[in-house]
Design a binder for this molecule. Structure first.
Ligand code: FMN
Length: 155
């Protein structure tokens, strides 16, 4: 299985999560980056009001992969907007897995929002993972990310 792990992080947790999943799957890693570091109110506002956040130029054609694993933080109950920009612009394979990191809140709304963005495209969400990063140390993040990667590897 040729997999790519694509992630966005603002505070570093998804760097650990994405790296762990990529190592476990033998996948390449790609980082979504914004031109600057957005501040908290801007992050919350853009997420809540569905404002597009600009991302730096990156690889967008993933059509020759079997699976893309997208690792994103949740902001205001939805996937962080830089991840949404990626979802809108990327050419994805048929299989997409989502790993959401949270501060302990629910992920249902984020999953629904992602499905809405993918509407009309031939993409199946094969797995949705959830990692609470509130008070999480690196070991905890690695353990949770490894467990998610094992779920993906076992199909
Ligand atoms: C603007 C903002 C909004 C957030 N909204 C939520 C939320 O609705 N639900 C939740 O569980 N966590 C929320 N969080 C917490 C983040 O999801 C959490 O800190 C995330 O795992 C950080 O990932 P990172 O370190 O890779 O940037 C929010 C954080 C920020 C900065």
């Amino acid at each position: 299985m040729k997999a790519a792990v694509v992630y966005y992080t603002r505070f570093g947790h998804n760097t650990v999560i994405a790296r762990t999943i990529a190592e476990k799957l033998g996948a390449e890693q790609f980082r979504i980056e914004t031109p600057g570091d957005p501040i908290f109110p801007v992050m919350g506002f853009c997420s809540w009001f569905n404002v597009r956040m600009k991302v730096k130029s990156m690889k967008t054609d993933f059509s020759n992969y079997d699976l893309v694993v997208l690792c994103l933080p949740i902001w205001a109950w939805k996937p962080a907007p830089p991840g949404r920009t990626f979802l809108n612009e990327a050419k994805l394979p048929r299989k997409l897995a989502l790993s959401f990191s949270t501060g302990g809140g629910p992920i249902q709304r984020a999953e629904e929002k992602t499905r809405e963005l993918l509407q009309g495209r031939d993409i199946e969400i094969v797995a949705v993972g959830e990692i609470n990063t509130d008070k999480a140390d690196e070991e905890y993040l690695k353990t949770e990310a490894k467990a998610f990667a094992e779920r993906l590897a076992s199909g």
